[in-house]
Design a protein around this ligand. Structure first.
Ligand code: FES
Length: 284
């Protein structure tokens, strides 16, 4: 893991979100799909103690600016609002890549990627890696409204089939992302499901995958307050290798976990607060 000063190279709006592109020549070549980065937020007069974690949307080893990272910011609270207000040439204190990325299948199997809102961003580097292994990739994207969807154009390019759902019906079918799970898994004969979204979506994906004999891998939705294993603020309740339940750190042992390892009987308060605080509800 590396700490570096990343310079903002470009910003753009996508629906309700801000996409930041930054030069990060140390971190970008090391980044793997599913990993995250954390940022110190706030200026000299307004800095916040806790860092803000973001999934890596894209990492390019080289380009016009050298190695670059792209992240997607939902400006739902003061820390992420500060990030979304950064402009070209601003400097960001960034640590990464944080945690472990997704495990990739050895064989060219059929995979389903399901994401909700801005959290879908963590799945796109994965789609490219799966294609490189000859895997079929189906994608489901969901959000409360069309403006809160992320990655529809990219998903169209990178999937055999794309299914879009919004809760208000403003794009795609009306409903939640998980409403399409059974149909898409059956149609694609899915072997592995990858998901990024709020806790309710992750739990449903883990349960449906298990019922259908598929493997699930999930990015947990917890705050990464330090990103380096020191604060214990990212604790996740799992079944350990010895079969006993235990807390582990998402920034070290995660943020990707197999669905059959995650336990849902004691969600960490931080996970609940994160889901609730961004929108005022648990929905994406
Ligand atoms: S974010 Fe601090 S221990 Fe994981």
């Amino acid at each position: 893991m590396i700490r570096e000063s990343a310079q903002v190279a470009a910003t753009r709006r996508v629906g309700e979100y801000t996409v930041l592109t930054m030069t990060a020549p140390g971190i970008a070549p090391l980044a793997r799909p599913g990993q995250a980065v954390t940022f110190a937020v706030g200026g000299a007069q307004s800095s916040l103690l806790a860092r803000r974690g973001c999934a890596i949307f894209r990492a390019q080893e080289r380009g016009v600016y050298g190695g670059t990272l792209e992240i997607v910011v939902d400006a739902g609270e003061p820390g992420t609002r500060w990030l979304a207000e950064r402009r070209r040439n601003d400097l960001l204190d960034v640590i990464g890549p944080v945690g472990r990325g997704f495990a990739l299948p050895r064989d060219p199997v059929s995979c389903l990627l399901i994401g909700a809102g801005w959290r879908s961003a963590g799945l796109f580097g994965l789609a490219e890696a799966l294609h490189a292994r000859g895997c079929r990739v189906d994608i489901i994207l969901g959000a409360a409204t069309a403006e809160r969807l992320f990655g529809v154009l990219e998903a169209r390019r990178e999937s055999a089939t794309l299914t879009v759902l919004t809760e208000d019906g403003s794009m795609g079918a009306r409903g939640q992302a998980t409403d399409a799970l059974d149909e898409v898994m059956a149609r694609g004969d899915t072997s592995v499901v990858y998901a990024s979204g709020p806790a309710g979506l992750l739990r449903t994906v883990a349960e449906r995958a298990r019922e259908r004999g598929a493997v699930s891998q999930l990015i947990v939705d917890v705050s990464l307050a330090c990103g380096s294993g020191g604060c214990l603020g990212c604790a996740v309740w799992v079944t350990g290798q010895d079969g006993n339940p235990r807390w582990v750190r998402a920034c070290v042992e995660g943020p990707t976990f197999r669905g059959d390892v995650l336990r849902w009987d004691r969600p960490h308060p931080a996970a609940v607060l994160t889901s609730l605080s961004r929108d005022g509800s648990a929905a994406p």
